[in-house]
Design a protein around this ligand. Structure first.
Ligand code: 13P
Length: 255
């Protein structure tokens, strides 16, 4: 049985103070919801405040990226050892980082390995462009992303990895694939490819999220799909009540 995981990717929203205030409002509502892993991923600048506020609570913290080296002359970047103690998770391969910072699958693979090497759990994000989707190339494209992003990652590490399938054209647009389409891609391009790489049992245990315009009104349908184990949420994770609703719907659907 895979424990569902709902993560809020706050992107470049909320200062440290705003993040701390948000956690104060969120915590009493989110704490009682058991049976689902809850993660918030603030900007780097807010991580210390959020991490302190969530100490000793069941809510976990994630970073939005991590550098592939331990330290060095990499102006503006943050390494895994620097994040250690502040976060449990780190998103790598988000399409916005791929788009605006030029990350390739090989780079995402390096970032994921760096996270794992320092005891952090990567949430590896993959997903196709609208052109690939329209051309019917999603399955091949996402399958290739998974192979490249998992290159050299040993099977023992899988329990500490989450995959997020986020079609780029669904992010922040209000558009989504049908829940059946999302489930099919997650099954065929992600779980079946992981089964080829690591064996059926290991793939069966991997948690795979859907992301892209997840809202309170479509969450239940996504969560009712058998291969979707949670959600990576942008916009709706910035509102206390919406995020609580999303976590509640994941909990109910996967009970
Ligand atoms: P939205 O939920 O705002 O579409 O963003 C999805 C996303 O990019 C999460 O990482």
């Amino acid at each position: 049985m895979r424990v569902p995981i709902v993560a809020g990717n706050w992107k470049m929203y909320k200062s440290a103070q705003e993040a701390a205030d948000f956690i104060t409002a969120l915590l009493p509502k989110l704490t009682p919801l058991e049976g689902v892993e809850r993660v918030v991923c603030p900007a780097y600048i807010a991580l210390p405040a959020v991490s302190t506020a969530l100490q000793g609570t069941p809510i976990k913290v994630g970073a939005q990226n991590v550098h592939w080296k331990t330290e060095g002359a990499f102006t503006s970047d943050v390494s895994a050892p620097m994040l250690k103690g502040l976060v449990e998770y780190v998103i790598v391969g988000h399409s916005e980082v791929r788009q605006y910072h030029g990350d390739t699958d090989a780079r995402v693979n390096e970032r994921a390995k760096a996270a794992l090497a320092h005891g952090l759990k990567p949430i590896i994000a993959v997903g196709e462009t609208v052109d690939t989707y329209r051309a019917g190339g999603t399955e091949a494209y996402v399958g290739a992303q998974i192979r490249a992003c998992f290159e050299g990652i040993p099977q023992e590490a899988l329990a500490n990895i989450v995959v997020a399938y986020e079609p780029i054209w669904a992010i922040g647009t209000g558009l989504t694939p049908t829940v059946e389409e999302a489930n099919t891609i997650i099954k065929k391009a992600i779980r079946d490819v992981l089964a080829e790489l690591y064996g059926a049992d290991a793939a069966q245990q991997m948690r795979i999220q859907y992301g892209g315009s997840v809202k309170p009104d479509n969450m239940k349908a996504f969560m009712q799909q058998p291969d979707i184990d949670g959600a990576l949420v942008g916009g709706a994770s910035l509102k206390v009540d919406d995020f609580v609703t999303l976590v509640t719907l994941a909990q109910e659907a996967k009970r």
